[in-house]
Design a protein around this ligand. Structure first.
Ligand code: XMP
Length: 326
């Protein structure tokens, strides 16, 4: 039997009961595979790696070592949530690496999108590799591979995502959710007690805010982007759009324009809102956000975020635009 093929008979996991049964089965399988060995996991805080972490903590507790690399390009509060949920609530063996300075140092002055992505991806591997070499006796590597990753089988996870791992890491893989679709991973995550917001998190690219801070990243503009994005997310949450819109975020371009703040000339960046709906991310339509809400968001961002003096809306569908504004 091909271990990477979902059996026809496998029921779609849609309820807590089915999720609990899946969890119980996987706990047994993981214990059998790992024995008293140690397992390493790169925990980004995304849905898949978070669910794998929670599942493995249940199965093998402190035999799991989670490494969370903060590349400095996370959204507001994300690394903090990883520490809170996994480090504190689930009492995981969590290594937190704040590598912000390394990443932002390498990215200084680099404006080309593909080059930025390559730098972020490569440095992620370097940091993870360094951390794992400090550990002893690790013989397994856990990954949040899910079934669509196998179906798009050129190993999307490996190179599309930040988190592609060094090839010379000779470790046996532990991939407990590799036969599950995304919706099933979420049901399992909730059954494991992970916070709803973590399990239903919208897609977020591996290189993070690095792709949305257009051109060469600077710390002040990255900070403005992070704050503006947090306001957009908060307002979408409060106004019932969070569960309705597939992906929404702010991008901040690297040019300034003239405005007026507190009666004085104020040169600032623009915050660009993008909010799209899609089923497969191959094409996307534009969500129509009510104007009163747009006015409110604009008001908050321009008043609360240092450095921003305009709010624009990107209404380009995919194609021709990509979902990310990169
Ligand atoms: P585009 O911009 O190509 O994005 O229309 C399609 C979807 O993919 C997400 N995306 C990524 N996801 N790692 C990921 O896991 C990445 O490097 C990456 N780049 C883009 C994007 O957010 C959108 O949902």
């Amino acid at each position: 039997m091909d271990a990477n093929k979902r059996p026809e008979s496998m029921q779609r996991i849609t309820t807590k009961e089915l999720a609990d049964a899946f969890i119980a089965e996987q706990v047994g399988l993981v214990r059998k595979q790992v024995g008293d060995g140690k397992v390493l996991l790169a925990l980004s805080g995304g849905v898949d790696s978070s669910v794998v972490a929670a599942l493995l903590i249940k199965a093998i507790g402190k035999q799991l070592v989670c490494v969370h690399v903060n590349h400095g390009l996370m959204r507001k509060g994300e690394s903090e949530q990883v520490i809170e949920v996994f480090g504190k609530e689930l009492d995981a063996n969590l290594i937190y690496v704040d590598a912000t300075d390394r990443f932002l140092g390498l990215l200084e002055g680099v404006s080309e999108p593909e080059k930025k992505r390559k730098i972020i991806g490569a440095e992620f591997i370097n940091v993870f590799d360094e951390e794992s070499r400090k550990l002893e006796g690790i013989s397994f590597l856990a990954q949040g591979t899910i079934y669509p990753d196998i179906l798009e089988s050129d190993g999307v996870k490996a190179h599309h995502n930040v988190g592609g791992l060094p090839e010379d890491m000779k470790m046996e893989l532990v991939e407990p959710v590799k036969l599950l679709y995304k919706d099933e991973v979420r049901v399992v995550g909730e059954a494991l007690g992970l916070p709803h917001a973590m399990v239903y998190r919208q897609p977020f690219p591996g290189p993070g805010l690095g792709v949305r801070c257009l051109g060469a990243i600077t710390r002040d503009r990255l900070h403005a982007l992070r704050e503006a994005d947090a306001i957009l997310r908060e307002e979408f949450d409060k106004n019932g759009l969070a569960g309705k819109v597939w992906q929404y975020f702010i991008a901040v371009p690297d040019f300034k324009s003239v405005g007026v703040k507190d009666g004085k000339r104020y040169e600032g960046w623009s915050a660009i809102i993008r909010a799209v709906n899609t089923t497969d991310a191959m094409s996307a339509t534009i969500e129509e956000i009510p104007y009163p809400l747009l006015h409110h968001i604009t008001d908050r961002i321009t008043h609360e975020v240092e450095g921003i003096n305009r709010v624009l809306m990107d209404i380009t569908p995919k194609p021709i635009g990509t979902i990310e504004f990169e």
